[in-house]
Design a protein around this ligand. Structure first.
Ligand SMILES: [Zn+2]
Length: 166
């Protein structure tokens, strides 16, 4: 068994979404290579940083990406293995790329409770707490707002409320 640590630059951008690991940014690898009967078993921990925008408030963010994978590289056996040892080497590039891309969040946020942008002014609500209405601060208030609109003045403004409720 052999263990090694490597830092390599991303050979291309990894990911197409709101955040991606940029080409040239550093990828840290903790790799364990074990000899097994059929070939070489590779276990790797990948650490990288994805950069991009918060999906709610659009500020620049950098998110750590930590992912692991394990793959068997077979000796050239003539059988159909997906990965093979070639010239005493194992090529981890496609495995690293797939592992990182799958680990990227679809809806990255700068923080879990990011309140997003104010719908009227476009300002970032986290920077302007005075713009945060009770409805935005606590989504449970949004449901209550509908009841108040229909109950207080009897108008049909809240057309989405159940007419049989009264
Ligand atoms: Zn945000």
């Amino acid at each position: 068994m052999r263990e090694t640590r490597l830092t390599v630059p991303a050979s291309e951008q990894l990911g197409e979404g709101l955040v991606a690991v940029r080409e040239g940014s550093e990828i840290d690898l903790d790799v364990r290579i074990e000899s097994v009967h059929e070939g070489v078993l590779v276990s790797a921990e990948v650490d990288a940083v994805a950069e991009g925008e918060c999906g709610r408030c659009l500020i620049d963010i950098a998110l750590p990406v930590e992912v692991e994978f394990q793959e068997l590289f077979a000796y050239n056996s003539g059988e159909a293995f997906e990965y093979e040892v070639q010239d005493d080497h194992v090529d981890l590039e496609s495995l690293i790329r797939d592992a990182v891309v799958l680990a990227l969040p679809f809806q990255p946020v700068c923080r879990p409770d990011c309140p997003g942008l104010d719908p009227e002014t476009g300002l970032r609500l986290a920077d302007h707490p005075e713009l945060v209405t009770p409805e935005q601060r606590d989504p449970r208030w949004a449901a209550l707002a509908g009841f108040q609109a229909s109950g207080d003045d009897g108008s049909d403004v809240a057309s989405d409320t159940d007419p049989q409720r009264d």
